[in-house]
Design a protein around this ligand. Structure first.
Ligand code: ATP
Length: 235
């Protein structure tokens, strides 16, 4: 579904990604794990066109997308939930969700997706008329994921969904990520510092170290890999 071929991404003169190659198959959850500053967010932003690669190719469903602007990439079916959530704090929950559907014209489909989301996250239904800024951190993360789902993406890019959340809330969010993948057949590219959680939910994983992919394998195999355990699982 998605292929990154030797991408190199820079911030000015600083090279953040070095020859990153990876692939995502339709229907899977893949995760990119790595320390702070390894380049996980940059990888997602390269895919979504926010920080496009300087060299290399990104192919989505057979088409090159690395030279497209972010709005065109969203229109093709790739939606990113950025780190730190970035919901609209002054808009209500319902209005935030409407914003996610702004490229769509199928009213019936939008209505169905809204019902699906309110069933997935009953708390959002309860708070639908409250400003997004009044929600707790976990609820804002739910809203950010839901807003992305309203675009009915084929590929959902999630940047650190566990950031700043209590363990119980994080577990809830991860259960829902799995559910979205299974029920909606949404392919998920998950970036996480919490490698243990990410590898438990993912099918496959890549390890990123200072802008380079150093390992990739089935998530189950990475979970029991001695180097991964030492470096990322605190075992
Ligand atoms: P974190 O979990 O801390 O966000 P990360 O793995 O997502 O880490 P990135 O945010 O992708 O890492 O950062 C990769 C590298 O690029 C780091 O060295 C970082 O300092 C640098 N970097 C990130 N954003 C910028 C920017 N806007 N300008 C310059 N350098 C940046």
């Amino acid at each position: 579904m998605l292929e990154l071929k030797k991408i190199n991404t820079y911030y000015g003169n600083i090279q953040a990604l070095h020859d990153i190659s990876l692939s995502v198959e339709e229907g899977e959850i893949i995760t990119l794990i790595g320390a702070n500053g390894a380049g996980k967010s940059t990888t997602l932003m390269s895919i979504s066109g926010i920080v496009p690669p300087r060299t290399g190719e990104i192919i989505f469903q057979g088409k090159p997308i690395h030279e497209l602007p972010p709005d065109k990439i969203v229109a093709l079916g790739i939606c990113q939930v950025p780190e730190g959530r970035h919901i609209f704090p002054d808009l209500t929950v319902a209005e935030n969700l409407d914003m996610g559907a702004f490229l769509r014209r199928d009213k019936q489909g939008i209505k169905e997706d809204l019902e699906y989301i309110y069933a997935l996250f009953p708390i959002l239904a309860k708070r639908r008329n409250q400003p997004g800024g009044n929600l707790s951190g976990g609820e804002q993360q739910m809203l950010a994921i839901s807003r992305a789902l309203m675009a009915r993406p084929q590929l959902l890019l999630l940047d650190e969904p566990s950031m700043g959340l209590a363990p119980l809330v994080t577990r809830q969010i991860f259960d829902i990520i799995k559910k979205i993948n299974e029920e909606q057949n949404t392919t998920i590219f998950l970036v996480e510092q919490n490698a243990n959680l990410a590898l438990k939910v993912a099918d496959r994983g890549y390890v990123l170290e200072t802008g380079r992919i150093t390992m990739h394998d089935d998530a189950g195999a990475l979970l029991i890999n001695e180097d991964v355990k030492k470096a990322y699982l605190g075992i």
